[in-house]
Design a protein around this ligand. Structure first.
Ligand SMILES: *Cc1c(COP(=O)(O)O)cnc(C)c1O
Length: 468
């Protein structure tokens, strides 16, 4: 399989070629030249598979330049009871007939990003070992993504992580989760400033091409293709658990920020899995709801992004969205350049008068949004009715999913984080704090490892140079 850029100007590459890369050389994102198909018979054969077996069946079609036995070993080492808490890896929980929760947040940092990042850590290590290179991952986090990246890369050979976080601005839980890691390849950098300052520093360092090259800087951002396709696996898993035969359809409700999670579902659709609807849920930051209901795409400026009680969905520009639009314009690179040109000059584009709108309306997506009051009400309702405690992001998905789902089509709501990570919102909803998992209660006793710096890119460059 070869991967091409959404802007049509980069040469096709293999899976392992694009694994460590971010953007393609023409500024676009890589997508497969063609989506592999799963036939109805193949889908039936997947019904009895364990999660690692299913992951191999799906991922081997995309990572076809890794020898199958190696890929199998990497997958088997990733999806274990030890790391994900049960042999199911992704538990499928029934609330009632046709209403299910897919448990994606059983990994080390209690959020769905672990599912892809845990595999990515092993894939990076494997490819670096083969090619004899090293990689220094530089990132900025407001809390959650950074810890998932650190837990994925801890102890991996040839990889170091330099993660910037805003000093004193994370929750106790987030801070402890990151700073208590004792691995020598993890460097926590606390910046006297905001998350935006951290991001600006990462950007400034990345713009120093000599430094970047010399110190082999890379990233684990949400546009990484391997992350997306690792997420396709659990849509197939969810489909198979919600049905008895391949003649049935299922809808998924997906709390959405960067459009990475739901893109995994879209790929399952393109592979032939009978999905009725992918129900996209936003919070108050509803840029994508607006696009999918009107055809107008108007990303907000950073300062216009609301801070909400589902913070991992507070996103101004969904970084993976371009991959979907590429298909929507039938992979017409000229049209892509036109739309992205408009985006650059006018800050928006509008397909409401174009034939693409008809295709958009016929496609698999439905979209809606949710407010803080909706989240609280949804958390409370599921707790009262089913004795099930969900986190605020999952609540966004459940709220919009219940609003837009069709009767008689099973609704599978993706659980993207554990409630323990968001205790203030949980207290507001049910009057008490969530139970903190035992593994996290223990973190309280561990020493915290971090270095503090002023918000100054040069100081941090010096620090990296000293540690590499
Ligand atoms: C990252 C995240 C999301 C959003 O996922 P995208 O792939 O960015 O759309 C939703 N919920 C939680 C808890 C997250 O951490």
């Amino acid at each position: 399989m070869r991967y091409v850029s959404t802007r049509g100007g980069a040469k096709p590459q293999s899976f392992t070629d694009i694994l460590l890369e971010g953007l393609a050389s023409d500024g676009g994102l890589y997508v497969p030249e063609e989506y592999p198909r799963i036939s109805p018979d193949e889908l039936e054969n997947m019904r009895g598979m364990s999660y690692p077996e299913l992951a191999f069946a799906i991922l081997s079609r995309f990572a076809d330049d890794i020898p199958p036995e190696d890929l199998r070993t990497l997958i088997d080492a990733t999806y274990t009871k030890d790391t994900f808490g049960s042999d199911e890896i992704v538990p499928f929980k029934k609330l009632e007939e046709n209403f299910y929760i897919l448990g994606l947040s059983e990994g080390p940092t209690l959020a769905f990003k672990d599912i892809a990042l845990q595999l990515l850590g092993r894939l990076f290590e494997y490819v670096l070992e083969k090619r004899g290179g090293t990689l220094n991952i530089l990132g900025a986090t407001s809390g959650d993504t950074g810890s998932a990246a650190e837990y994925a890369m801890r102890g991996r050979k040839g990889i170091r992580v330099f993660m910037l976080s805003p000093l004193g601005r994370m929750s106790d839980f987030q801070r402890k989760q990151m700073y208590t890691l004792q691995d020598e390849n993890i460097f926590n950098i606390a910046v006297r400033g905001t998350f935006d300052d951290c991001q600006d520093i990462v950007k400034a360092i990345n713009e120093d091409a000599d430094f970047k090259e010399r110190y082999k800087l890379g990233a684990v951002n949400s546009i990484n293709w391997a992350r997306i396709v690792a997420q396709t696996v659990y849509y197939v898993w969810g489909y198979l658990h919600a049905t008895n035969t391949g003649n049935e359809t299922v809808s998924f409700a997906v709390p959405t920020g960067n459009f990475g999670n739901i893109l995994g579902g879209y790929i399952a659709v393109r592979m032939g899995v009978p999905i009725q609807h992918l129900i996209l849920a936003t919070n108050e930051n509803n840029v994508l709801e607006e696009f999918f209901t009107t055809g107008k795409y108007r990303p907000r400026k950073g300062t216009e992004v609301a801070t909400t009680s589902s913070p991992s969905m507070d996103i101004s520009k969904a970084s993976n969205f371009e991959r979907y639009i590429f298909d929507l314009v039938e992979r017409d690179a000229t049209r892509m350049k036109e739309l992205w040109g408009e985006l650059k000059t006018k800050g928006a584009f509008d397909i409401s008068g174009a034939p693409e709108l008809t295709r958009l309306k016929r496609d698999v997506f439905l979209a809606g949004s949710s407010t803080h009051a909706d989240r609280i009400a949804t958390i409370r309702a599921l707790h009262e009715k089913y004795n099930m405690l969900i986190d605020p992001h999952t609540a966004d998905g459940v709220k919009v999913g219940q609003q837009l789902c069709e009767k008689d089509v099973p609704l599978v709501c993706l659980e993207t984080a554990q409630p323990a990570k968001f205790s203030a919102t949980i207290r507001e909803a049910i009057g008490r704090e969530p139970v903190i998992p035992e593994s996290f209660a223990k973190l309280g006793g561990l020493p915290e490892r971090f270095e503090t710096f002023d918000a100054n890119a040069e100081l941090i460059q010096k620090y990296i140079a000293k540690k590499v």
